[in-house]
Design a protein around this ligand. Sequence first.
Ligand code: SAM
Length: 235
Amino acid sequence: MKVLLEQGLEALGITPPEGAVDQLVRYGELLLEQNKVMNLTAITQPDQVAALHFLDSAALLGCASLEGASLVDVGTGAGFPGMVLKILVPGLHLTLVDSLAKRLDWLSTVCAELGLERVTLRHARAEELAWEDGWRDAFDFATARAVADLRVLTELCLPYVRPGGRFLAMKAAGCQPEVDAAGRAVSVLGGRLRPAFCYTIPGTEVERVVVPVEKTAPTPQGYPRRWAKIQKAPL
Ligand code: SAM
């Protein structure tokens, strides 16, 4: 896994900080070990974890400069992309949010084992947490991968972003119809779609896209709505 990661990061134009590749390797070991007793990932081969989780998450650095920034990863699951970004950019102020407590409990042990500092873990539903003091219009970046359709995802994530910041949605290639369908949600929630960042995961033929949404105005009153409403009547 180590060589694959080193080659892959180089192909992405990323120079990892000292010790970061070893941290990723250890994270991969912990992930596959824990995956035997907890449902964390469908990917069970170390090389596939390196490519489809780690390098995919790392590729986001091709369109965002994160040093010193604050970032909330919504629906982080086993920590993607948030944990990988933190390992590669130690100066990042990372917050991980998920509605499943046991995944966050495990991530907390991973942070301790890898010695990651300035990571906040919060068990909550994203659409509810955005109403708490200090969470709304507060972060430089929000990210999400494999959580929901972009219309729904924009309502879950954009409220966290401060005006001038960006929500970065990680999607599969061919997501243009989904992006087009999310246009109304983006504008209602005070955002503006920016040109997509397309990449191929190194060592694979998997094509992926980061869809950036720039926050242009504070989150309007009344959003995000309750989950039942978001699902029943997506913007
Ligand atoms: N982002 C990770 C990845 O790319 O591997 C995990 C993806 S997993 C398919 C989706 C995660 O989103 C799950 O861990 C789930 O608990 C979380 N999730 C779904 N809806 C959520 C919500 N409304 N608020 C917070 N977390 C949510």
